[in-house]
Design a binder for this molecule. Structure first.
Ligand SMILES: *[C@@H]1O[C@H](CO)[C@@H](O)[C@H](O)[C@H]1NC(C)=O
Ligand SMILES: *[C@@H]1O[C@H](CO)[C@@H](O)[C@H](O)[C@H]1NC(C)=O
Ligand SMILES: [Mg+2]
Length: 269
């Protein structure tokens, strides 16, 4: 009898305490995800609870980015620099790419193909067929302002490695008789190093390589969807479309199915 009173009082107190702790935690997480100010902790903060909160909030941020819920962001949150670096250089990115490639291959293999040479698969180039991880790792994953000179140097070098999973898919599509079309945001004056780089990375053949006319503005969706429309007008059936940015994939005609390669490094409208 004497125990009942404190116990009854204890339960609401505990609940209240939990709610307060939880709310504080949630607010803190939300701040870390949405704040553009550099966080004091971040991934380098060690084994503190703040580091765990940062890892969880950065995972949520990455999910938001991949699902196109978070848009028009300029650079990764400062607190997530270590997280993105670990993700890109670690097993998770590889696994995530493997899932994309596996689903795409299963889809392509399940198609009733006409085999008339008019079935096409559209690939983006940067951070889809090729990876620019060396450039982004060197510039703080977008934390430093975009350096056009450096990036043009990187493109001119023509040393970007293939994304292995995408290269594997490319081979399977060719074996199925599907034509490959690259539509890239790289400019037409970068054709030579782009051809060289695609070849040296293992992409030995393609139906078309479409580069952006220098006269065009920076908006990707009208350019890429316009080029897909030209393909359709020329009699191609776009069975698949793969890119690392949503702007590679949206805008009619999208293609029968789209596949998003993970990319938490930058956002292109
Ligand atoms: C941009 O890149 C060029 C070429 O690598 C380099 O010389 C220059 O210092 C960089 N600029 C900034 C602001 O980092
Ligand atoms: C270009 O290649 C040279 C030689 O391999 C290398 O030293 C340099 O860092 C590369 N530059 C870029 C921007 O990738
Ligand atoms: Mg890209």
């Amino acid at each position: 009898m004497a125990l009942r009173l404190p116990r009854d009082a204890l339960v609401p107190l505990l609940v209240l305490l939990l709610v307060v702790v939880h709310a504080t935690d949630a607010t803190q997480r939300l701040e870390m995800v949405t704040s553009s100010a550099p966080a004091r902790g971040g991934a380098g903060a060690g084994t503190t609870s703040r580091a765990r909160v940062a890892a969880a909030s950065c995972a949520s941020w990455r999910l938001g980015v991949e699902t196109n819920n978070i848009r028009a962001w300029y650079s990764i949150p400062a607190a997530c620099r270590g997280y993105v670096s670990d993700y890109m250089f670690g097993e998770q990115f590889r696994q995530d790419c493997a899932v994309v490639a596996r689903e795409a291959a299963a889809y392509a293999e399940g198609l009733a193909l006409a085999g008339d040479g008019r079935e096409a698969w559209v690939f983006d180039v940067d951070d889809t067929a090729l990876t620019n991880l060396p450039y982004y790792a060197d510039t703080g994953f977008g934390a430093q302002p975009y350096n056009a000179t450096y990036f043009e140097e990187y493109v001119a070098n023509a040393t970007a490695p293939a994304l292995p999973e995408v290269l594997g898919l490319y081979g399977k599509l060719l074996a199925l008789g599907i034509k490959v079309v690259f539509i890239t945001g790289r400019h037409d004056y970068e054709r030579e190093p782009t051809v060289k780089n695609l070849r040296s990375a293992g992409y030995h053949t393609w139906e078309k390589l479409v580069l952006k006319p220098s006269s065009l503005g920076s908006s990707v969706v009208p350019y890429k969807s316009g080029e897909r429309q030209k393909l359709v007008d020329a009699g191609y059936r776009i069975v698949g479309n793969m890119g690392d940015q949503w702007s590679d994939l949206v805008g009619a005609p999208e293609g029968d199915r789209t596949f998003k390669v993970p990319d938490p490094m930058y956002y292109v409208a």
